[in-house]
Design a protein around this ligand. Structure first.
Ligand SMILES: *Cc1c(COP(=O)(O)O)cnc(C)c1O
Ligand code: SF4
Length: 346
């Protein structure tokens, strides 16, 4: 089994994860979109299963060379909302702070795939980091800073500590949120030093854990989550609804229950974004809504995430949970219950 991160098609061939005949085609994919599988992820893949839901998330496929006309290089419109490098400020009270453009793994469905990877637009250090932090300090309407990227937890605890210390001095910033896949794909990175670096600002700290399949929540991953919770970090989940990975009610039930059992409150289930070469992962909004209806009949309300579409072109996120209420116009409403039956209210 692999001891280090797999980063090339040749590595994947050597591990028996792709067939040698596929090398040329997959190298063409790798030229556009980086490859990385950590040893944790590698160990979860069953190479004998051609439909393995872990493999589907990380092993390149020739389908990625197929672009769909509706796909965009900047699928959720980050660029127009970026006042200074490293900041995306779309909603008044919160900003994204992108410290790095690299990740411990590269997900084949990534919505920022044109911006992440070793060839991306540089990690934010020195003057450029100062300018971004100055922007947050000067805009006192910013209540929450969201570290994203790339994956911020690929940084050393020392560098995260520096950012935490700078934010600690900004009174108007009350919440630090970190969007990351690290606890799931490299749980050993969650050391006591890392937890301290994240929490030392004294702000409320929320970690949004990205995982898409219940098999990703291994005992080691659950232990990493426990270390974060014990250190005072609140945990929420984010997942992407992906064809061939988690697009059935049994898998979503196990995933959402797995999160809650691990102390992670399900937060977002994203409809896949219009990122280039990701058409093979997309399902329809109607299929997603049917899955959400099914989940609501099956599992505890605490296990239900918001089903979210990030509108292309920078129009922001919209909850796709179907409208349960119809205004009848006479002071009364028709309200649909979990089984789809309408009831008059009042
Ligand atoms: C998604 C996103 C956020 C966070 O949105 P929440 O709904 O608060 O999770 C903030 N800023 C930008 C630019 C985003 O795309
Ligand atoms: S970890 Fe996140 S940013 Fe990095 S490739 Fe995966 S989805 Fe994209």
């Amino acid at each position: 089994m692999a001891e280090t991160t797999l980063r090339s098609v040749a590595d994947l061939v050597a591990q028996g994860l792709v067939r040698e005949e596929e090398t040329t085609r997959l190298n063409a994919v790798a030229e556009r979109y980086a490859i990385a599988l950590t040893p944790t992820v590698r160990a979860l893949i069953d190479p004998t299963d051609p439909h393995d839901p872990i493999a589907a998330q990380y092993i390149p496929s020739a389908a990625e060379l197929v672009d769909h006309p509706a796909e965009r290089l900047d699928p959720i419109g980050d660029h127009p909302h970026s006042p200074v490098e490293g900041i995306v400020h779309r909603y008044p009270d919160r900003v994204l702070l992108k410290l790095v453009h690299v990740c411990p793994v590269y997900c084949r469905f990534c919505f920022r795939r044109e911006m992440v990877g070793p060839q991306g637009d540089g990690s934010l250090t020195g003057e450029r980091l100062e300018t971004a932090l100055d922007y947050i300090a000067a805009n006192t309407g910013i209540w929450e800073v969201i570290l994203t990227g790339g994956d911020p937890l690929i940084l050393s605890p020392r560098r995260l500590r520096d950012v935490s210390e700078r934010l600690a001095a900004m009174d108007h910033v009350r919440v630090l949120r970190i969007h990351t896949r690290v606890p799931a794909v490299d749980p050993e990175r969650i050391t006591a030093e890392m937890v301290e670096a994240l929490t030392l600002s004294g702000k409320s700290v929320i970690l949004a854990l990205h995982a898409n399949h219940p098999r990703e929540l291994t005992p080691e991953v659950r232990a990493a989550c426990r270390r974060l919770s014990a250190g005072g970090v609140q945990l929420v989940s984010q997942s992407v609804l992906l064809k061939g990975v988690n697009d059935d009610a049994d898998t979503l039930t196990a995933l959402m229950r797995g999160f809650v059992e691990t102390g992670v409150k399900p937060y977002y289930l994203h409809h896949p974004d219009m990122a280039p070469g990701t058409g093979h992962f997309r399902l329809s909004v109607a299929e997603g809504q049917a899955l959400m209806r099914e989940l609501r009949t099956r599992i505890s309300g605490i296990c239900i995430p918001h089903y979210i579409l990030d509108l292309p072109g920078g129009h922001g996120k919209v909850a796709l949970g179907e409208d349960a209420v119809r205004d009848l116009g006479d002071g009364r409403y028709a309200v649909r219950d979990r089984n789809g039956q309408e009831h008059l209210y009042p």
